[in-house]
Structures are given as C-alpha cells and as structure tokens.
Design a protein around this ligand. Sequence first.
Ligand code: ZN
Length: 428
Amino acid sequence: MITKTNLIQTIEQHKDEVYALGQNLFAHPQLGYKEWDNRNILIDYFKSHGLTIDQTFAITGFSVTIGSGKPHIGLLAELDAIPVPGHPYANNADHAAHACGHSSQCAIMANALVHIHESGLLNEYPGSITLYFTPAEEYVDLPYRRQLIKDGQIKYISGKQNMIADHLFDACDVIIHCHAMGDSPYKYCVNTTMSGFIYKEFDFLGVESHAGAAPYLGKNALNMMALFLDAVGMLRETFREEDIVRFHGMCTNGGHSINSIPALATYCAYLRCFNWDKMNEINKKIDDAAIYCAKALGGECEIRTDNGYLPFHQDKRLSQVVYDNMLDLVEADEINTNEKSIASGDVGDLGCLKPTIQFGYNGFTGRIHGKDLCESDPYRIFIEPSRIVVTSLYDLITNVKRVEDITSHFKPTLSYEQYMDYLNDVNH
Ligand SMILES: [Zn+2]
C-alpha cells in the first residue's frame, strides 16, 4: 500500500538527480518552437526511467503518459525561454535565457511524474497522468512565429493555443501547472487571477527627406509616435483602478538613417486588462489616439491587433487540493491566496475550457525576466514543489470523488467552438 509518506521519502532521497536535471535545463535555454536542447535533455531523463514520449505536437512539444483510463490528470510544463541579453546563460543565437524560470517547471513536473510512475500507484488505482511539455508560452520572437504560420508548421502564435485547437487536452479532467514567482515575501501562491492581453503593432507612416537641408519636405513618423505616447499617457487618467490596465511596449523601428526624417516608426505593445469588455473600449481609444496623432503631423497610422492571451481564472476546488498539501510544508500566512496578478499566460486560454490551476513557488533571487534571475535555493525550487505535485496527484488518484466534485462544478467560460471563433478572429 503506497502512502504519501513513501512518495515524499523517495523524492527526498533522489534530490541530487533533480538538481542536476534542473541545472542542465537552466543552462540550455532556447526561444519558443526552438526548444530542442531542453526537449532532448528531458527525453533522455525519461528514457533513463523507462518512459517514452507518447505524442509530439507544435514542433517541439511532446507529452509523456503513465497509467490508463479515468481520472485523467494533465500536468503542464513550459519549455521556452525569453530574450534577456546579459543573462549568464543567455544563448548566442537570440539571447534566450530561462529568466522566467520555465526550466524549473520542467524539472519539477518530470520529477513528479517519474516518482509517481516508479511508486506503482497507478497499478493500485485506475487513472492516468499526462505531462505536456508545451512550447512557446512567451509571446515573443513574432517574425519567426509568423513565418512558421505562413509555412503551415503551426496555426497560432502560442504553444497551448495550437494544442487546444488540436484537441490535445480534451481527454483531461483537470490540469495542474506551476510557475516561478517573482519578487515576493510569500513562499507560494494559489488561486491567483491573471490578466489577459491583446497584442498591438502601430506603424506610423511619414515621408523621408534630408533632416538638415529640407526637413520641411518630410513628415516625421518618429514625432508621430512620440505624440501618440504622450496622448496615451494623458488617456491613463481615464483608466479605472478596478480594471487594472497596463499599456506597455517598445519601439522596434524609429527610422533608417540619422540624416533623414524618419518615414516609418513602429511601436509594438501589449494592452493588458482584467476586464475583457473594458479592454475593447480602451483599445478603441488607443487606436484613435494613434490615428489622430499621426494625422496631426500629416501622416497615417496602420494598426495591427492580434489575440494575446485570455484572463486566467483558476479552478478554486482544484487549487484547494494543492493548498492543503502546501500546508504540510509551510504556514498558511506564507501562502499568497487569491492574488490579482497583471502577468498573463496562455494557460489563461486553457482555463476557459478545463479546470486548470497554476500554483507559484519561490527560491529565486533577482528579477523575473531580468538578467540577474538565478536559482538560489534548489530545495525550495525543485523538491518542495515536486512534493506538492506528487501529493496532490495522490489525493486525486486515490479519491476519484474529489475529481468528480471539481469537474461537476466547473463551468467553462467558452465552448471549444467559441474559443476557436475567438482565436480565428485576428482583428478584434
Ligand atoms: Zn513564464
């Protein structure tokens, strides 16, 4: 008879193996749909424990399943890194670094799956667990991904969007994910609500001419963009606190030659908001500001609006399972519950369709997405979260009523068809 104590003991006894796995993944970062190194490291790890891939998807994505039948529990781990020039492990190709800590998710979930497998729990109880390694969570490197879409290799920008579209999660009853926390006095977080976002691209179009001899013949696109950013700053007083709005971006093109008036300036941005209806209203205001600021200086503005990610509302009942197991490790006041985070993730899309959670864990120093992010406390990063995942899986597998309670109370925000309509409606 397998107990939670047995599972915890074996995780504690095999600490060094998961530390080595985590370090190897952290040291080999790659951007979305290019995560071949982390994929190969993980496949080798599974092979050494007698497990093989059961599905591949979305270029670099893959899954490993143990057991069979119901309940079917999904686990998520994200493979991709983010561009952070100057991070000690940033790769030479495109500065990819695991500054969002995704490599640690992979090590935690792989470790948890292997320990459940080796314990024989799924020989004693019916049920299956699929661990999905999902590519391309960070919404970055867009020219490359748009080319992949053009080439027919993927249909959508993010990994989970492609996986949802391809029905990969249909068989799952519940889905558990975890993510590194940023700067926080808490050790864990559960049931955090996350903001959604839409992606914006503004091309300000002017006319080039000699910047010294004949600026009066030109129309300065960079000035149009500067005027627009001032206008957005003034619009901010119309944003309501309760909607928690963020509009942030970067200038990716501000002209071609210093001695010419810039004829093209491009500003790429996210518009984030907790209130999805309000988001469309604010989006319209920002578009108007861009169009009329361009016109004020004699130019035009072309605007591209793409789906980002939907707001994430976690399943409270499933969060409770994880929370109960956290309490074996820490005090209640060390867990941040029901936070409103202005971060976003494609896990938000999945949460509209399936009971899904993402708990946060810590043990890092430095800034999340910063070049100084490092894994400073391996026990807290790898062992404690592995224990939480394994003991939560134990509770769900050994008590199917708990799974049924979660699935029977879950109300999807969108049907599959509605979600696909949203995903295919590129311009809101
Ligand atoms: Zn992340």
